[in-house]
Design a protein around this ligand. Structure first.
Ligand code: CXF
Ligand code: ZN
Length: 363
């Protein structure tokens, strides 16, 4: 198959890759569309820093069609439309049975491989190739564990619902599942990218009263409004914490950090009221410093991973909400591109000119 392969600091390039037949419990998915997510770029940065273990195929927001299934697979059959989930759940570990499958301990990225086996993909020289973030979606096919593949309705366009595989579930779920935003709450969202816009629409679905978006890109004022944002704060012009506190008269119930920085995490904590909750949705690599005395006011700082998704249930629900006009995915897809344009899609993402690009395999 043709796939976009990252080998190091150089641009990603298209290569011929061979992949194994699905083994027991595995599903071979023909990729129809794959969204471009910031987490892919973190992997590019690791490559630039020389910390990449092997050639890797990135891409983890896949909508596709089942091409073949391995022995024992029961939840999908050939021809089913599916969304791939980068964080499968085993259904049997301590966390799965405690009702937190999003933190399943048997499928931690990046250690999760199939049945403990080595990479199932090879390049033209016969060398192993990794499936980045567990999916490897910038390719014609992805070999997935059954528990990371969810059957969805066939009338749903795969070039939209692919986004449910990461950004939609992560953002909407942060509001609905992790924070459980109540109707009438006031909410702020820091960072109006592919995830932050979904936190906004999750808060809207929850019935939030005020949804304040915070970003440094002025055009996000218009974009955010399409997802239910009621107010916009341009953090390039004003102090975001002061402005949100002023707008809410110091009564902000929830703040969501959707960028992945220590500084904006501190801002999220700083803007919520006593008794309020700051939710860290972004992947924060640095440390967070907060004043300990704030806990006397029962402020809470919590993490959210993959929208606290019970993915086998949530993914089809989010697809239904889109098909019913209750979730906006159309305005998330700013651009569709053929797979060989993956480097250009990354450049768009880093420039902040797109909410999401969606790549389509060629071959
Ligand atoms: C990320 C979170 C950190 C691990 C890789 C996937 N989520 C979505 O992009
Ligand atoms: Zn992602």
């Amino acid at each position: 198959m043709r796939a976009a392969v990252l080998r190091g600091p150089e641009p990603i390039s298209m290569e011929d890759i061979t992949l194994d037949e699905p083994r027991a419990g595995e599903v071979l998915v023909r990729v129809v569309a794959c969204g471009v997510c910031h987490s892919d770029y973190h992997t590019v940065n690791r490559a630039k820093a020389g910390a990449l273990p092997a050639p890797v195929i990135l891409g983890h927001e896949v909508g596709g069609i089942v091409e073949a299934v391995g022995p024992g697979v029961m939840s999908v059959v050939e021809g089913d439309h599916v969304v791939c989930a980068f964080k499968p759940n085993c259904g049997a570990c301590y966390f799965c049975v405690r009702g937190q499958p999003q933190i399943c301990e048997r499928s931690d990225y990046p250690d999760r491989l199939f049945n403990g086996s080595s990479p199932r993909l090879r390049d033209e020289g016969g060398n192993p190739v990794q499936q980045g973030i567990g999916v490897g979606g910038y390719a014609q096919y992805s070999l997935m564990p059954e528990r990371g593949v969810v059957k969805v309705r066939e009338d749903a366009p795969l070039d939209r619902i692919c986004l449910v595989g990461c950004g939609v579930t992560t953002g909407v779920g942060a509001a609905l599942r992790t924070a459980k935003v109540e109707a009438g709450s006031d909410v702020a969202v820091i960072g109006l990218g592919g995830v932050g816009l979904n936190v906004v629409q999750g808060a809207r679905l929850a019935g939030a009263r005020r949804i304040i978006g915070v970003d440094t890109v002025a055009s996000k004022a218009e974009l955010g409004a399409k997802f239910g944002m009621t107010d916009f704060v341009n953090a390039a012009e004003v102090d975001a914490v002061e402005e949100v506190r002023r707008l809410t008269n110091d009564r902000l119930d929830y703040a969501f950090e959707a960028i992945g920085l220590g500084r904006t995490s501190e801002q999220a904590f700083g803007m919520v009221r006593r008794g309020g909750t700051a939710v860290i949705v972004g992947v924060v690599g640095d440390s967070i410093t907060i004043p300990g005395l704030a806990f006397l006011g029962e402020k809470r700082l919590i993490g959210s991973f993959f929208g606290s998704a019970k993915l086998q249930y949530d993914i089809p629900v989010y697809v239904d909400l889109y098909m019913d006009g209750k979730l906006n995915l159309d305005d998330l897809v700013s651009k569709k591109r053929p797979m060989p344009e993956i480097n250009e899609a990354f450049a768009d993402m880093m420039a902040g000119t797109v909410a999401r690009s969606v790549m389509e395999p060629v071959g």
